[in-house]
Design a protein. Structure first.
Length: 326
């Protein structure tokens, strides 16, 4: 469920107090100093995606501080990845300062002092999640807070595009897909941090897991392509089809089965919306790469215990019961 907080309807004199409350309620307790005599309207739209909170924030010039006093009062144990959309900001933590511009992102740790200053109107998307969910060393994370990750750099660009896409679709994902997407996103972020800290070794035991993260991201970006196959996926990653199959075997599945599960989940989601739009089952199936309507129908029924048509008509009413998982 999305939550929207806005100060647009308030008088300028009331906006500062309400905005401070909105910011601290959305993230962790923070001190907010607005830099305008008459504060501009502010708006925060948030959506919970598993253990991650995704928020889009728009407001006027201000300084936000996570002071030592506030860290002593709680709200620790979280990381905030901030993807700048408009305007610039100066971030400070762990003895460093960095300038964040549109397309850049940075990481803040709520357990220690940090400050962010925006001297003009801005818009950013933030991702608040538990520190324990990011599998990197504390020393490596501490070394990269208040650091600019630019979308012009290869690995950072992948993280930027992935999180930006996840934010755009956050309200449309169910819990199962949401958790999978979060795991993939945090794996990509861990890879980037390890790469920045020179901990990536092509001969290391976890290399296969890192490659699998990239392969899955490629698959998710190309699910609508009916020609997506082990051979095209392997070619895109300069590996043999045999090695690609081994990557998925380590996860207890196959390439084809993983693709089918992702496509079916998206079809299941879209079928609930399509009646109001006059979109048929076959159209939804083609949208997600199913060429044969009969094959799609059989696969959907095997996965969820109902036909696509029945799910489209009765899915939200409960008449179909609870679909079984693949």
């Amino acid at each position: 469920m999305s939550v929207v907080l806005s100060t647009a309807s308030l008088s300028a004199s009331d906006r500062a107090e309400r905005w401070h409350e909105a910011v601290s309620r959305t993230f962790v307790p923070l001190e907010v100093d607005l830099l305008e005599e008459e504060p501009s309207p502010g708006r925060i739209a948030s959506h919970q995606l598993g253990a991650m909170q995704v928020s889009r924030v728009q407001a006027g010039p201000q300084v936000v501080t996570r002071s030592k006093r506030l860290t002593a009062r709680g709200g620790n144990g979280f990381l905030i990845l901030t993807l700048q959309r408009r305007g610039t900001a100066v971030k400070e933590q762990d003895g460093r300062e960095c300038l964040i511009g549109p397309g850049d992102f940075s990481i803040s740790d709520s357990s220690r002092f940090f400050r962010k200053k925006a001297q003009s109107e801005f818009c950013f998307t933030s991702f608040l999640f538990p520190r324990k969910d990011l599998r990197v060393r504390d020393e490596d994370l501490r070394a990269l807070t208040a650091t600019t990750f630019s979308s012009r750099e290869a690995s950072a660009a992948l993280v930027t595009s992935y999180f930006a896409r996840m934010a755009r679709e956050a309200a449309n994902f169910d819990d199962v897909i949401g958790r999978q997407l979060i795991c993939t996103g945090l794996d990509l972020l861990s890879l980037l941090i390890n790469e920045r800290r020179d901990r990536f070794d092509s001969q290391a035991p976890d290399t296969a897991a890192v490659i699998l993260v990239r392969v899955r991201d490629h698959i998710l970006r190309n699910l609508s392509d009916p020609h997506l196959s082990p051979s095209t996926i392997a070619a895109a990653h300069f590996m043999s089809v045999r090695y690609l199959h081994k990557l998925f075997q380590m996860e207890g599945t196959t390439v084809g089965e993983w693709i089918k599960i992702q496509r079916l989940e998206r079809c299941r989601r879209d079928l609930l919306r399509s009646p109001a739009r006059g979109i048929g089952v076959a159209t939804v199936a083609r949208r997600w790469g199913f060429v044969s309507p009969s094959h799609f129908s059989r696969a959907f029924r095997a996965a969820y215990g109902v036909t696509p048509g029945d799910w489209q008509v009765h899915g939200l009413s409960g008449e179909c019961g609870t679909p079984k998982r693949v």
